[in-house]
Design a protein. Structure first.
Length: 95
């Protein structure tokens, strides 16, 4: 049985001075945008919020799961690229 596709977004906020984190770099705002894009495209892909994906210094971080690519240092400009990758990932599982 195949596991459902989902988009994981790190929402971790590190509180130490000078410590980069996904939430501190804007991941919460990006979640709203990517969820709207997924809905507009009619894709059945939930966005899962996770506390840490282990790449804080490269945040915001997203990952297509299961076993899909990581996207680091995501900003609004990269969301279209992530959507294209998500569609490709879904198509490859349907083939």
């Amino acid at each position: 049985m195949t596991r459902p596709v989902r988009l994981i977004v790190c929402i971790n906020r590190r509180l130490g001075i000078g410590q980069r984190s996904c939430a501190g770099s804007g991941s919460l705002d990006l979640i709203e945008r990517i969820e709207a894009m997924i809905a507009e495209q009619g894709l059945d892909v939930p966005v899962v919020r996770r506390e840490c994906l282990g790449r804080c210094e490269h945040g915001p971080v997203m990952r297509i799961a299961p076993a899909g690519p990581f996207f680091c240092e995501v900003d609004a400009a990269r969301l279209q690229t992530i959507m294209a990758e998500l569609k490709t990932f879904l198509a490859s599982r349907d083939a």
